[in-house]
Design a protein around this ligand. Structure first.
Ligand SMILES: [Zn+2]
Ligand SMILES: [Zn+2]
Length: 316
């Protein structure tokens, strides 16, 4: 199973500002300030081996993840990251017989649907888009987004085949050898997490969720859903302090993710749905705090914690 992040930001697309880019350039120059002369090879070396936090960009597009399993293409949410995924598919996939894309929707807040009108594969009649949603009336919601008052091209004008599959709470569906189950998450209007299993590998996508209910029953239910995941994508929009002050805003913190990952024997935890108000250095601080928290509270743990960044690919 292969997972690729196309959009990792929460709430609203967030391009980098000039000020943020200047801060990174300055940081890079400081790295060389102790050397009298440095050549371009050294600069290239530095760029090759530094993290996206220092010389790239964590990512400004909103939620969209591609999962490849058993030759199937699964997509989780249609945030603005979907646009680049669409361009990538057209460039790299053999599309003679058309693409079959299985699109799972956590919910329909703007940051999870706004990529669809710009998803070029949806304009080709050979392609088939199969939408899966626990929320009712997904088609109606997407049509409304593309009502002429809000967007010039209607959903019906996008000529790919479209199928809408209504899935039930906790129903497990099969696509070839891939199974996908779901869990309700606490979020305004409701959100759903998905657990994908194939060939002994497990991927869990759980975003836009607050873990307010700390009763044993609720914690056990979530832990069971996350159990033994090779990769858990977790809503880490808030710091722990913010998660307490922003009760009922529907998001969580990285530290809660670490506790869940430990409890559920998760192998890798990807911090996701980054807060649009934070720059890359601030988001990196959240990762550092999570690593400290793990070191102090679970010193023996082998859990890997990482930041979900745009274009990051993980083979499970
Ligand atoms: Zn969101
Ligand atoms: Zn939301």
């Amino acid at each position: 199973m292969r997972v690729r992040f196309w959009g990792v930001r929460g709430s609203i697309p967030t391009p980098p500002t000039s000020e943020q880019i200047r801060a990174k350039i300055l940081k890079a120059f400081k790295n060389f300030s102790s050397e009298k002369d440095f050549n371009l090879n050294q600069v290239e070396e530095y760029l090759m081996h530094s993290s996206v936090v220092d010389t790239g960009f964590i990512g400004g597009n909103t939620s969209c993840i591609e999962v490849r399993a058993d030759d199937k293409i699964l997509i989780f949410d249609m945030g603005s990251g979907l646009k680049r995924l669409g361009n990538h598919l057209l460039k790299h996939e053999k599309t003679k017989n058309g693409l079959e894309l299985h699109i799972f929707m956590s919910h329909t807040h703007w940051d999870h649907i706004l990529g669809l009108p710009f998803f070029v594969p949806a304009f080709f009649p050979n392609n088939k888009l199969i939408f899966y949603s626990v929320h009712r009336n997904l088609r109606d919601r997407l049509e409304t987004q593309q009502d002429y008052r809000f967007f010039p091209v209607s959903l019906d004008s996008m000529s790919s085949k479209k199928e809408f599959v209504q899935i039930a709470h906790k129903q497990t569906i099969s696509i070839g050898n891939v199974t996908v189950s779901n869990i309700p998450l606490y979020h305004p209007g409701g959100s759903f997490g998905f657990r994908v299993e194939c060939g002994g590998k497990v991927f869990v996508y759980a975003t836009d969720s607050e873990y307010k209910d700390q009763s044993r029953e609720a914690v056990t239910q979530n832990s069971k859903f996350f159990r033994d995941a090779d990769l858990l994508v977790f809503d880490a929009q808030y710091t722990f302090e913010e998660s307490i002050h922003k009760e009922d805003w529907g998001h969580s913190s990285a530290l809660i993710g670490v506790d869940f990952a430990m409890d559920a024997n998760v192998k890798r935890l990807a911090l996701f749905h980054h807060e649009p108000e934070r720059d890359d250095f601030e988001i990196y601080e959240i990762l550092k705090k999570s690593l400290d928290y793990k070191r102090i509270n679970y010193p023996e743990s082998k859990l890997e914690i990482l930041l979900a960044t745009e274009d990051l690919e993980i083979e499970l």
